[in-house]
Design a protein around this ligand. Structure first.
Ligand code: 2AM
Ligand code: CA
Length: 254
């Protein structure tokens, strides 16, 4: 492997400092709308520029795809970056937002990091080497009764004005589970499943940069990652992440 985890952690934590500076001075933060219900701030742009520059400088062999700046030339081996996942929460001073960085090589995620600066939680994984939060190995919960489960979801589909909007599915799952959470950053939500803080998470109509890093972290922590039909893989338009034990019970409700 040609990457250095300590170097990447330093770069991503430094990016977190840039985001935190804005987070602690929200009164002066410029929030714009890319389209209705879709926000971007100066922090998103600055964090992405910083990551792009640092990653290019240290890893010139890899391409780059960021939410705000788009795709560079080399897309076979590339960094996939969401500078701030959960921008709306960020802009309101809430804590669930994150910086998401994945390295994809030949169609496979080999490294993923999700840093939630306001929580000071740094999640990361390298393929085949387990998943970690702040350097401590993590794993999914062992809860096996859907009725007792705490599950997370999100509604990117509502912001996209889709008729297929997750509301009926949410009602089915809410009636079958003990607790529901809607925290606003898919990348963090998926890491909470990896860490056993949630038993499962699903969402639809996301983008690859929202889920690429989280999905690897979750898999390395022992989670199942599928679409709503049960196909293995990372499908941002339909992602279901579970602890494995409640997978079949939940899949039938998707
Ligand atoms: P973002 O903050 O990077 O935009 C929350 O449900 C998830 O939906 C977040 O990961 C958020 O990512 C994403 N999201 C927000 N607005 C969206 C939109 N208009 N279309 C698709 N996804 C969106
Ligand atoms: Ca974003």
């Amino acid at each position: 492997m040609t990457i250095s985890q300590p170097l990447l952690e330093k770069i991503i934590r430094d990016a977190g400092e840039i985001a935190l500076k804005h987070f602690h001075d929200l009164k002066h933060l410029n929030v714009e709308k890319k389209q209705p219900r879709d926000f971007v701030t100066a922090a998103d742009v600055e964090v992405e520029q910083f990551l792009q520059t640092q990653l290019r400088e240290n890893y010139p062999q890899f391409g780059f795809w960021g939410e705000e700046s788009g795709q560079s030339e080399n897309q076979t081996n590339r960094w996939i970056v969401d500078p701030i996942d959960g921008t709306h929460s960020f802009s309101r001073g809430q804590y669930y937002w994150s910086i998401s960085v994945a390295l994809e090589m030949d169609g496979e995620m080999v490294f993923g990091a999700v840093f939630a600066p306001a929580l000071n939680d740094f999640y990361c994984a390298e393929k085949g080497k387990g998943a970690f939060r702040n350097g401590v190995k993590i794993g999914v919960s062992d809860l096996d009764e859907l009725n007792d489960a705490m599950i997370g979801t999100g509604f990117a589909c509502l912001r996209a004005y889709l008729e297929n909007n997750n509301l009926a599915r949410f009602c089915r799952v809410a009636q079958a589970t003990a607790s529901q959470r809607r925290l606003g950053s898919a990348a963090v939500d998926i890491c909470l499943v990896a860490d056993g803080q949630l038993d499962a998470f699903w969402e639809q109509e996301l983008n690859l940069y929202d889920v690429a890093a989280g999905a690897l972290i979750a898999k390395e922590a022992g989670a199942t990652v599928t679409d709503f039909q049960g196909n293995d893989g990372i499908f941002p338009k339909q992602i279901l992440v579970t602890n494995g034990k409640i997978y079949h019970q939940l899949l039938t409700l998707m």
